[in-house]
Design a protein around this ligand. Structure first.
Ligand code: GDP
Ligand code: MG
Length: 310
């Protein structure tokens, strides 16, 4: 990732733009739904279970005029007392490196105490930031203006966008503003990477979700899913090879389980989910590898948006 690069050229020049946009906001404010709306294809899982989506690169939106790389903001949706030092550091760094931050809040709830920590971080680091007031379909219209007015006084937002990720209202305006706000620059990823990325991320999410359903606390936070192989044979069947990366041997043991039961159960359920997502048979090979400190390996993290951090 590169450093945030000053104010953007606002001169409407027709050049290509590219950059990194961090999505932040409490669980359930609608980050995943909004992302799906913004990029128009289902890359991340919209799940009633909060914090299932923890990839670093969430999506890349390449259009005729811009490439927007959407990132998760690690940890910022957690109350401070639950955050370890590593998470705080990761959050700060993420905010420093991106070109734009989108802080999502829920219109019906308004700006609440749960958003305070994020706003403090924004005030400290001062990245360019848009406030996105989501779920306006679920609130009376007459409450909207006072809400926007109050929110505008809470932080120096560059802009505030009311929208509904569910109905799509306001999302096009937001998307256009995001693309225009990025610095002039070339596309950041090669085309082959982009064509594979949605599938890889989506498949990795299916595996990660099964890990989350079956393990607790430290395991989900220490596990990255790396989808290394996606191959379609002449019969139209997919062969997917993926590795669960963990920090320690003990975690590897838990993921494999007694007699391999845990890994088997993760693999079977993930395979079913993948088959229904891809609408064709899937052969899934799953491995577990210990890679100490994989979270501190930037190459690893960038490779395919496989990192967790939370
Ligand atoms: P995340 O945890 O921030 O990623 O939130 P999700 O995208 O998973 O959304 C959480 C819940 O809010 C889901 O049940 C969504 O259907 C719902 N939701 C998201 N956006 C909207 C919206 O604009 N309006 C309404 N009414 N519900 C929404
Ligand atoms: Mg989500």
């Amino acid at each position: 990732m590169r450093q945030a690069s000053g104010p953007p050229a606002t001169s409407g020049g027709g050049g290509f733009r590219s950059g990194f946009v961090a999505l932040a906001g409490r669980p359930n404010v609608g980050k995943s739904t909004l992302l799906n709306r913004l990029i128009g294809s289902k890359v991340s899982i919209v799940s009633p279970v909060s914090q299932t989506t923890r990839t670093v690169i969430r999506a890349v939106d390449r259009s005729a005029d811009a490439e927007v790389v959407y990132l998760d903001t690690p940890g910022v949706h957690r109350p401070r007392f639950q955050m370890n030092r590593e998470m705080v550091r990761a959050a700060r760094e993420a905010l420093r490196e991106v070109d734009l931050v989108l802080l999502l809040i829920e219109g019906p709830e308004g700006l609440g105490p749960g958003d305070a920590y994020m706003i403090r971080l924004l005030e400290e680091i001062k990245p360019p930031a848009y406030l996105v007031v989501n779920k306006i379909d679920a609130m009376p219209r007459e409450r909207l203006l006072p809400l926007l007015d109050g929110a505008s006084r809470r932080h120096g937002w560059e802009e505030i966008f009311p929208c509904s990720a569910l109905t799509g209202e306001g999302c096009e305006a937001l998307s256009a503003a995001i693309r225009k706000r990025l610095p002039a620059g070339e596309a950041l990823f090669p085309d082959e990477f982009l064509s594979d990325l949605p599938a890889r991320l989506a498949l990795a999410e299916r595996i990660r979700e099964q890990v989350l359903l079956r393990t607790r606390e430290e395991i989900p936070h220490s596990t990255a899913v790396l989808v290394e192989e996606v191959h379609r044979n002449e019969k139209g069947e997919y062969r997917v090879g993926a590795t669960l990366l963990v920090d320690r041997d003990s975690q590897k043991g838990i993921l494999i389980g007694r007699g391999g039961e845990m890994l088997k159960s993760i693999g079977q359920a993930a395979r079913r989910e993948m088959a229904s997502y891809l609408e064709c048979p899937v052969h899934l090979s799953l491995w577990v590898k210990v890679k100490k400190n994989w979270r501190d390996d930037p190459g690893m993290l960038r490779l395919l948006g496989i990192a967790t951090h939370d």
